[in-house]
Design a protein around this ligand. Structure first.
Ligand code: GTP
Ligand code: MG
Length: 198
């Protein structure tokens, strides 16, 4: 699938304000600063589409972008970053939980984790929670440009082992770099496949 057109639709401060759920939707979640907004820009060939920042806590609302006039990409606030003030973290959690529980057209949630770090408690807790809620998800490792291929392989292997302590089956996984523009085709192909099930 070629991405020919992407544009910003709206920012929402609750799931009830989101655009009509009349088309398939894919959302990006993960710790603040993990690279959610950057990945959306990489996928859409548009550096300035989603706002990025080296300071965690940049994305504060539910942001909808429309792709090829057919499906939505959604940028969400991050969770669990100690440097983000506690009140803000609480507000993000309410917003994210409401969105995940009530957005019927959410086809798949991309859970982003920094490939440099081993499984963090906050990520495992989040993954276990959405598993209980029955939210379909995959794991997307980010910032692959920061490691050598053999280190990436080791870290992904370790991550799988950690997840297998809680899960009998592993979710699909992707390795990406927004800076290096890698993993793009795999993600777009995945979205194209899932779109067929709409
Ligand atoms: P919040 O909105 O604050 O939750 O953050 P976010 O997850 O949207 O992260 P964002 O895309 O704003 O990126 C955070 C920082 O990481 C920025 O300084 C980016 O330039 C950097 N970054 C994002 N993706 C990559 C990547 O693939 N490689 C490298 N080296 N840096 C990246
Ligand atoms: Mg962001």
């Amino acid at each position: 699938m070629a991405i020919t057109n992407t544009s910003f639709v709206k920012s929402s401060s609750s799931v009830t304000q989101c655009p009509d759920g009349d088309r398939p939707e894919y959302a990006f979640i993960g710790r603040s600063n993990v690279g959610k907004s950057s990945l959306i820009n990489m996928l859409s060939n548009n550096k300035g589409l989603a706002k990025t920042s080296s300071t965690p806590g940049k994305t504060q609302l539910i942001n909808h972008f429309i792709v090829n006039n057919e499906w939505y990409l959604v940028d969400l606030p991050g969770y669990g970053y100690a440097k983000v003030p506690k009140t803000q973290r609480k507000a993000f959690k309410l917003l994210i939980d409401g969105y995940l529980k009530h957005r019927g057209n959410l086809m798949c949630l991309f859970v982003l984790v920094d490939v440099r770090h081993k499984a963090q408690k906050v990520d495992i807790e989040f993954i276990n929670k959405i598993g209980e809620w029955g939210v379909p998800f995959v794991i997307v490792f980010t910032k692959a440009d920061k490691l050598k291929p053999v280190e990436i392989e080791e870290n992904v292997k370790k991550y799988k082992e950690d997840l297998l302590e809680y899960w009998e089956e592993l979710p699909q996984m992707f390795v990406t770099s927004s800076t290096g523009k890698s993993g793009k085709e795999e993600l777009i192909n995945f979205i194209e496949e899932v779109n067929q099930t709409w």
